[in-house]
Write a protein that binds this ligand. Structure first.
Ligand code: FAD
Ligand code: SF4
Length: 510
């Protein structure tokens, strides 16, 4: 037989069963194609990081003795789509069998399934050997349930993989130590500076420019900060557990204009591209905690483990359960456009200015910036979830649809009506001020609700609840807000709504 095996750009798993032996009848193919660079405006660092990591992966396979065909973006013969390149190769090289790994994206899953079925040669799809649960597992776990509580799935996963367990009981007799986490950063606290790379990706950046692919954000092509090999990814993991894990949980939700990643791991790209496996990341963190019990408190570790074995697997399970309907969910029927400054960072609102500018500069923002700054504002501003999705799918280094859309449409925009979140994540200035240092130097006044330079979050917040009372009032977690709203003086309410209306009409000028 002559076998052709496709490796997608987010399937850079060197421990995959495919690579255990070198088989002369097998040829691997990897490709950089316009169908993947153009479905959204990606951050230039995202495109460069993926392509660079793919090129290194292909080189490593060749070094190990495997046969690899690598099609570069600007290669003359590149037909710029998976199907066309595959058709050409199968025909030209007379392959007799085609293999691929389960894609993580619904679109590619269908595309490759249809493609494989249309072939005259045999084909097979295999697992990607990466996740800790199957595509269907979450659906089976919550079968017959109306709500899908992440915490229940998390406990199930801990038991299943025997992570932080003593027999059938959780370590330290408690599943969740969140109450000990999430502190504001002290005013003069200096966080450990992030460990970054200086990878030279000029050749790729030149190719992106030459082919006039539309990208967003900035890049220093000779000093790409993201890890692009497994060795670099492992080094970043080692840095995280050594330097950041001791304070990971404590400052997990903190935000400041001066630091862009604080104690976060920045490992999402390495896991989403599969250079690292979630289980090895968890094991490494547990090992560090075992080795340094005095320095790493259990709440820091548990918080980190929960993000990966809990949230990450849960989000993926919801994606496969709810797609394709999920991609058009719009519970609040929001129709507004995304403010123009999401693409430039040019706004007077400090929290948004810093969160967006660091995203354009580093292709990164941490979870609370994504959820409680950019996501919060988009929801309060009634932006259409399609617009919000396109922004998140483009701008972040780790943005792949399975994890982006479920977090954005579900958790952040509540467009699924409450599958992922039990209530919409919205807040006024008080929460942002509680968790960040953004408000003190802001053009807007955090305590002012209406009038000149009043913080837009304050009036938009009440406007949101007012507009969606029919959909939210019955939610037991929100009832209290409606009690407050109903008790307010009629003229106070009218002023808030008028202020919100004014801001919505002038949204691009905020
Ligand atoms: P850390 O804070 O160090 O957390 C460790 C790891 O836990 C992460 O690397 C990630 O793999 C996992 N994790 C934590 N929270 C989540 C979560 N909610 N869902 C899935 N995994 C999680 N994550 C992506 O990987 N890709 C996305 O496109 C993406 N889009 C998002 C959009 C919105 C609106 C929101 C609110 C969140 C999004 N997230 C996304 C989840 C989360 O914000 C990022 O995984 C995290 O910020 C990545 O940075 P980190 O590696 O430093 O994470
Ligand atoms: Fe953001 Fe309002 Fe605080 Fe300014 S005052 S940083 S706009 S929350």
């Amino acid at each position: 037989p002559k076998i052709l095996r496709l490796i997608l750009g987010d399937q850079l798993n060197s421990n995959h069963s495919w690579f255990k032996t070198v088989d002369p009848s097998v040829t691997y193919v990897m490709m950089e194609v316009r169908t993947e660079t153009d479905y959204v405006w990606h951050h230039i660092q995202k495109v460069a990081s993926f392509f660079s990591a793919m090129r290194h992966f292909a080189d490593d396979l060749k070094q190990a003795g495997h046969q690899v065909i690598y099609i570069r973006l600007n290669d003359a013969g590149n037909l710029q789509s998976f199907q066309h390149n595959l058709d050409f190769l199968i025909d030209k090289e007379a392959f007799t069998h085609f293999d691929y790994q389960l894609p993580d994206e619904y679109r590619l899953d269908h595309l490759l399934k249809n493609y494989a079925e249309s072939l005259l040669i045999t084909s097979q799809v295999v697992d990607s050997d990466h996740f800790m649960s199957t595509r269907e597992e979450l659906g089976e776990f919550f079968k017959g349930k109306k709500t899908y509580l992440m915490e229940s799935f998390y406990r199930y996963m801990r038991k299943k993989h025997h992570v932080l367990m003593q027999g059938d009981e959780p370590v330290n007799n408690k599943w969740n130590f969140d109450a000990d986490n999430r502190k504001k950063l002290p005013a003069n606290h200096k966080a450990t500076p992030p460990f970054v790379y200086a990878n030279d990706v000029s050749e790729i950046v030149d190719a992106i420019k030459e082919t006039t692919i539309k990208t967003i954000g900035t890049i220093d092509a000779k000093n790409l900060i993201w890890p692009v090999t497994r060795a670099q990814a492992l080094e970043q993991l080692a840095f995280f557990v050594r330097e950041c894990l001791p304070l990971f949980g404590t400052y997990q939700d903190a935000m400041t204009p001066h630091e862009w990643s604080l104690y976060h791991s920045r490992l999402s790209f390495t896991m989403n591209s599969k250079m690292l496996s979630p289980l090895e990341v968890i094991k490494r963190a547990v090992q560090e905690w075992t080795d340094r019990p005095e320095e790493i408190a259990y709440n820091q570790l548990e918080g980190f483990v929960r993000q990966i074995i809990g949230w990450r697997e849960y989000i993926r399970g919801v994606y496969w359960l709810k797609m394709p309907e999920y991609a058009s969910a719009n519970y609040f029927d929001h129709q507004n456009k995304l403010p123009v400054w999401y693409w430039t960072g040019k706004t007077k609102m400090n929290c948004l200015k810093y969160s967006i500018n660091q995203s354009l500069e580093f292709a990164y923002a941490h979870h609370i910036q994504r959820l409680m700054i950019t996501g919060n504002f988009a929801l309060l501003a009634g932006v259409h979830p399609d617009e919000v999705d396109q922004w998140y799918l483009g701008i972040y280094i780790d943005a792949i649809e399975w994890v982006e859309i479920t977090n954005t449409r579900g958790m952040s925009q509540f467009a699924d009506g409450g599958t992922v979140g039990t209530k919409p994540y919205v807040s006024a200035a008080a929460y942002i001020d509680k968790m960040s240092h953004y408000c003190t130097s802001c053009y807007y006044y955090k305590a002012k609700k209406t009038g000149d330079r009043s913080c837009p979050f304050n009036s938009l917040y009440w406007n949101f609840y007012d507009k969606h009372e029919d959909k939210l009032a019955k939610n037991p977690r929100i009832g209290m807000m409606y009690n407050l709203w109903h008790k307010m003086q009629a003229d106070t309410k009218a002023e808030l709504l008028e202020q919100a209306d004014y801001y919505l009409k002038h949204i691009d000028d905020l």
